[in-house]
Ligand binder design. Structure first.
Ligand code: KPL
Length: 316
């Protein structure tokens, strides 16, 4: 199958590197310097410590800043995986529409809420799969990608229905790549579950400038994380989301322990002077909370602080 990866940051790099070991044809869309670097290959450090060098000839690179998508690839992709930052979802969704063939499906594995709505407006809701991942990675300044923890990719139809042939092929190909793909009829719940984890970990580690493991070591930080997560949980439940049987605090502990050495993606963004995903994380909790009349003061504070840091980076 032909798969396009839109946005080749850390997780996009993991996908590209892993999928290059399969039979699939690969297209990746990135911009500027990252696109130029990808053209000469990708270096992927695996969690087991091996280093994989993927030659640039293995995939086609499209630089989204250098004009329209080449005609030869328009309408040819079976699947498009959106892995870029939240503020690029609109433009990447337009590219997805241009790249997909008539049976093709689009999926987002980004953090946060609202991506499926944006993608649906461009490609049509029926062709959109929800996605969520627990793989973790970071990208070095030279473009090489460090896959720090193996996880899974959950994917499913937004209405909980069964996979079409293309979706099944996508699951199979992701599994051949060692990415542990699991089809689920509860993808919306899984996206919310990941949101709970992200609002608990990302802003606090980003503001404090600490690795994830610090949350388990500093009780004051843990208390703030828990509070942010509880607010999100209350909103999720009021929204009718079934969060399942898992006790949230235990689950958070497990994620913090298994990603203890990680610098959370929001901290990586701030360190690189990039805009963060705060709007689709705490911002989503605050806005959904307002709709339902639920106060979310901790998420409001965290959002304000992260926005403040983003702003300060643009002043001398
Ligand atoms: O998703 C993550 C992120 O960094 O954005 C977690 C799960 C918190 C791992 O670091």
């Amino acid at each position: 199958m032909r798969i396009a990866i839109l946005g080749v940051g850390s997780l996009g790099g993991v996908l590209l590197g892993s999928l290059s070991d399969t039979e699939s044809e690969l297209i990746c869309v990135s911009r500027g310097e990252t696109a130029a670097r990808l053209s000469s290959g990708l270096t992927l450090h695996t969690p087991e410590g091996t280093i994989e060098m993927v030659p640039g000839a293995r995939y086609l690179v499209i630089d989204s800043e250098s004009g329209p998508v080449p005609e030869k690839v328009l309408g040819t992709c079976d699947a498009v995986v959106i892995a870029g930052k939240a503020d690029s979802t609109e433009s990447l969704s337009s590219l997805a529409r241009d790249l997909l063939n008539v049976e093709g499906v689009a999926i987002s594995i980004q953090n946060g809420l609202g991506h499926d709505g944006v993608i649906s407006r461009r490609v049509g809701r029926k062709r959109v799969l929800g996605g969520s991942t627990t793989h973790s990675a970071w990208r070095e300044g030279d473009g090489s990608v460090h896959w720090t923890g193996r996880g899974i990719i959950s994917l499913g139809k937004l209405d909980g229905s069964q996979p079409c042939k293309t979706s099944s092929d996508l699951v199979q190909t992701l599994n051949e790549a060692g990415l542990e793909a699991r089809w689920t009829d509860e993808i919306i719940s899984q996206i919310w579950r990941k949101l709970l984890i992200n609002v608990a970990i990302n802003p606090i580690c980003a503001i404090a400038g600490v690795r994830n493991g610090a949350l388990a070591e500093v009780p004051e930080l843990w208390a703030q994380s828990l509070e942010a997560m509880r607010e999100a949980e209350e909103v999720a439940i009021a929204f009718g989301i079934d969060l399942g049987e898992v006790e949230s605090e235990d689950y958070l502990k497990k994620v913090v322990e298994s990603t203890a050495e990680n610098r959370v993606s929001m901290l990586q963004d701030l360190m690189a002077g990039r805009k963060t995903e705060i709007e689709v994380l705490c911002g989503a909790v605050v806005s959904r909370g307002k709709e339902l009349g639920i106060a979310t003061p901790r998420n409001e504070i965290l959002m304000a602080l992260v926005r403040g840091i983003e702003m300060s980076q643009h002043y001398d």
